[in-house]
Design a protein around this ligand. Structure first.
Ligand code: WQD
Length: 356
C-alpha cells in the first residue's frame, strides 16, 4: 500500500463523536489537515448510510474544509496500520473510547478491551511508524473521590476510581507515563476533561447520545424538547449549597480550544516526556443551578423529581485550571448561559440528533 500524500496530518481517533467532532472543527480552523478514524459505535453513519458519518459531514459544512475518514476500529491492527501507511501522520489525538460510566460497570471486559487494548494497539503502531507525539483525552474521573478541592493535577489518581470507565482512563495514563519513562523521544500531553457540555454555535453539531442519556445536560435538553417526561435528580442530600451534585461544566468549544493549545505544546520541539493538564473552568455548579439556567436559556420548563443518589457519584468535583493557564496560556471563556443556550440551539434544531 503506498502513501497517498506527504502532507503532514493530525490523526484523530474517535473524531466523529461529540468531543472529537468539535475538536476537529478547531483543528481545521487552525490550519491543520485532519484524518479521522472511528468505529462509529458512538456516531451515526450518514443519513444515506454513506461512508462519512453525519457529524463529519457537518464539520465539513461548518469549516468548508474536507476531513479524511476511515471506519477503523483500534482493535483491528492491520486496518490501523493501513492508515499510517497512507498518510504522513505527525501527531495523534486519541479520543476513541467507550465512555458510559454505568455501562462500564455492566460490561467491564468490553471497556478494558476497547479502551485499554485499543490504546496499546495505537501506541504500538505509532511506535512502528515513529510517530511519537500524542494528545490523550483523559478525564477528571481519574481523581476518584476528591480529597481536596479544587482538584490540581498532582491530586492522587486511581484511588477510589469506582467504575471501569474511569479506571481505563487511569490505566492508560499510567501506561503513557511508563512509555515516556522508557523512551525519551515520546511527547505526550494528557488533558483531563471535567464535564464538557454545550455545542458549536452553528447548532449543526452537538451531543447525540445513543438511547437514554446517562449525562445530565443531554437529559435536561431532551426533557426540554418533550422527548423525556422529567429529570430525575440523583440525590439532594449531598454537602453542597443546595444538596445536589456539583460539577465543573465546561463549554465544548472552550475544551476544543484547549486542545489547540495542547497541540502546540506537544508539537513544540523543546517539549518531550509527559505532562497532564486539567481542562475545567474552576467553577462548580449544582444540578439545580444547571436546571434553572437551562430553563432561562431555553424558555422551557424542566420538570424534575428528587430520587436516590446514583452509586459512584461524588458530591463535588471542580478543577484548579491554573497549570493550563500558566503553561498553555489557556482558560475557559464561555459562561454557563452560553453552554445552556448553545445546547438548546443544537437540541431544538436537531430533536433527533443526527438521525434527521
Ligand atoms: C453530573 C451530575 C449526577 C444525570 C461523567 C463521567 C465523566 C464524563 C462526564 C465521560 C451528577 C447528576 C446526572 C441525571 C442527575 N464522561 N445527574 N440526573 O457523572 O460528573 O461525569 O460524565 O467522559 O468522565 O464520570 O457527569 O452528567 O453523568 O452527572 O442528577 O439524569 O448530574 O448525579 O451530580 P459525571 P453526569
Amino acid at each position: 500500500m503506498s502513501r497517498i500524500s506527504d502532507e503532514p496530518v493530525v490523526l484523530a481517533t474517535g473524531g466523529a463523536g461529540f468531543i472529537g467532532s468539535h475538536i476537529v472543527v478547531e483543528l481545521l480552523n487552525n490550519g491543520f489537515s485532519v484524518v479521522v478514524i472511528d468505529n462509529l459505535v458512538n456516531a451515526l453513519k450518514g443519513n444515506d448510510g454513506g461512508p462519512k458519518p453525519e457529524s463529519l459531514r457537518r464539520v465539513e459544512k461548518i469549516t468548508n474544509k474536507t476531513v479524511t475518514f476511515y471506519n477503523v476500529d483500534l482493535l483491528d491492527i492491520d486496518a490501523l496500520k493501513s492508515v499510517f501507511l497512507k498518510h504522513n501522520i505527525v501527531c495523534v489525538i486519541h479520543f476513541a473510547a467507550l465512555k458510559a460510566v454505568g455501562e462500564s460497570c455492566e460490561i467491564p471486559l468490553t471497556y478494558y478491551k476497547n479502551n485499554v487494548m485499543g490504546s496499546i494497539n495505537l501506541l504500538e503502531v505509532m511506535k512502528e511508524f515513529n510517530v511519537k507525539k500524542l494528545l490523550f483525552s483523559s478525564s477528571a474521573t481519574v481523581y476518584g473521590l476528591p480529597q481536596k478541592l479544587p482538584l490540581t493535577e498532582d491530586h492522587p489518581t486511581g484511588q477510589g476510581c469506582t467504575n471501569p470507565y474511569g479506571k481505563t482512563k487511569y490505566f492508560i495514563e499510567e501506561i503513557l507515563q511508563d512509555l515516556c519513562a522508557s523512551d525519551k523521544t515520546w511527547s505526550v500531553v494528557a488533558l483531563r476533561y471535567f464535564n464538557p457540555i454545550g455545542a458549536h454555535k452553528s447548532g449543526l453539531i452537538g451531543e447525540d447520545p445513543n438511547g437514554i442519556p446517562s449525562n445530565l445536560m443531554p437529559y435536561i435538553a431532551q426533557v426540554a424538547t418533550g422527548k423525556r417526561a422529567e429529570l430525575k435528580v440523583y440525590g439532594n442530600d449531598y454537602d453542597t449549597l443546595d444538596g445536589t451534585g456539583v460539577r465543573d461544566y465546561i463549554h465544548i468549544v472552550d475544551l476544543a480550544e484547549g486542545h489547540i493549545s495542547g497541540m502546540k505544546k506537544v508539537m513544540d520541539k523543546a517539549f518531550s516526556g509527559w505532562r497532564v493538564y486539567n481542562l475545567g473552568t474552576g467553577t462548580g455548579y449544582s444540578v439545580l443551578q444547571i436546571v434553572h439556567e437551562f430553563e432561562s436559556a431555553s424558555g422551557k420548563k424542566v420538570p424534575y423529581s428528587i430520587v436516590e443518589r446514583r452509586p459512584g457519584d461524588v458530591a463535588s468535583s471542580y478543577a484548579d485550571p491554573t497549570r493550563a493557564k500558566k503553561e498553555l496560556q489557556w482558560t475557559a471563556k464561555r459562561t454557563l448561559s452560553d453552554m445552556c443556550q448553545d445546547t438548546w440551539k443544537w437540541q431544538s434544531q436537531n430533536p433527533n440528533g443526527f438521525k434527521g
